[in-house]
Write a protein that binds this ligand. Sequence first.
Ligand SMILES: [Zn+2]
Length: 480
Amino acid sequence: MKHLTTIALDAALAAGASYADARVVRSRRQDIVVRNNRVGELEEIEDLGIGVRVIAGGAFGFAATGDLGAEAVKKTAARAVQLGRAAASVGGEPVRLATAGVYDDRWVSTFVEHPFTVPLDEKLDLLRRCATAMRKVEAVRVAEGYLSFLAERQWFASSEGSRIDQEIIRSGGGISATAVGAGEMQVRSYPASFHGQHLQMGYEAVRGMHLVENAERVAREAAQLLTAEPCPRGRRDVILMGDQLGLQIHESVGHATELDRVLGMEANFAGTSFVSLDKKNRFVYGSPIVNLIADATAPGGLATLAYDDDGVRGRRFHVVKNGLFTNYHTNRALAHVAGDDRSLGCNRAEGWSHVPIIRISNLSLAPGDWELDDLIRDTEGGILMETNKSWSIDQQRLNFQFGCEMGWEIRGGRKARLLKNPSYQSMTPVFWGSCDAICNNKHWALWGVTNCGKGEPMQTAEMSHGAAPARFRNVEVGIA
Ligand SMILES: [Zn+2]
């Protein structure tokens, strides 16, 4: 595959490109859904192709093909140059790529058991046993289980001399029970909603979830929610569990700090951002205990990589440090806009057929030092919320509302009663500013997002968000 990138680079330079990179990407993906003991979905997709990105006449051009014959690759490279020239003719400032290192490297993500060596029958059997256990609870009408696996290898080469071969393995899944009764419908999921939890690991990630062992509990919780009291309205202290906090980080910090959104270059999917350029190193994003760290080296993270699709080494950096906003997610083309001479390594594309764009890294809230039990004991009147059910956030990433699957009223330092349909709403800096306690490492976990949509044409990216339960004071709560 490496020779194809060389053919592409030679052709692009011969056609007049001042810079070129090529990525051959080969992927295999398996998705399985079992619904009420029946296979609801079973999909296996293999994909292979090359994408060529160039700078020609000062502008980017990109073309891709699934035909890996030498002639097709050469033609694709020439087309990328044509498109670059066409883009340059429209005018605008020439692309300025920040300096990057030159690497010749191979990197494979950490895994123990390759998910594609586990027989399909074993996977289906696991999900069927989950469904059977959930359906023991009478009110459960829909019992679902999911598994998803990805193996992707990428050969990257640039005209600056980098040759990078990377391979990632990702595994995950989850279960959910839908209970119906008392004029209500309630869903409980485990380990996370919307098709579960995913990690950059092998099949050991799935084994470690103990899905069957948790199935009956999840089903019982769904049934209990049918007759639970609705969440009260008003202002309360809120404790968010890590799975919900992960999505909170994604929507209100991750997207808000993508530099292309900040510049108005990416305005789809509730794009743009309130974090304007003057805010770097000045704006108070949260309370002094809030540290939000982007880390492309985090073990198990879905955005973990050795190099991004600019060929820049993956790294760890603070987006928010002791409450202060310090860094955007950047790439080589835009680093200078943020006043940086190097990219922070956040340029990523979906597969071979898309151009890389700025993407959220593994962005996590650093753990604090609280035990969860102590945090609950320390809360006089509050609501604990768990597992995301719904979200909405405005274009600027400022005002938001999140609904959760399950809530607990906390009264006098104890979990008093189960609550259904809890939600909370706030404004990004006010909310993060109200954070006064974060649980410790023992409660911290990475939560994977596999469906982050961005760009036009739309592309999907994956990343993880680490969080431990945390408390936010005086937040508006209500019914989702
Ligand atoms: Zn997203």
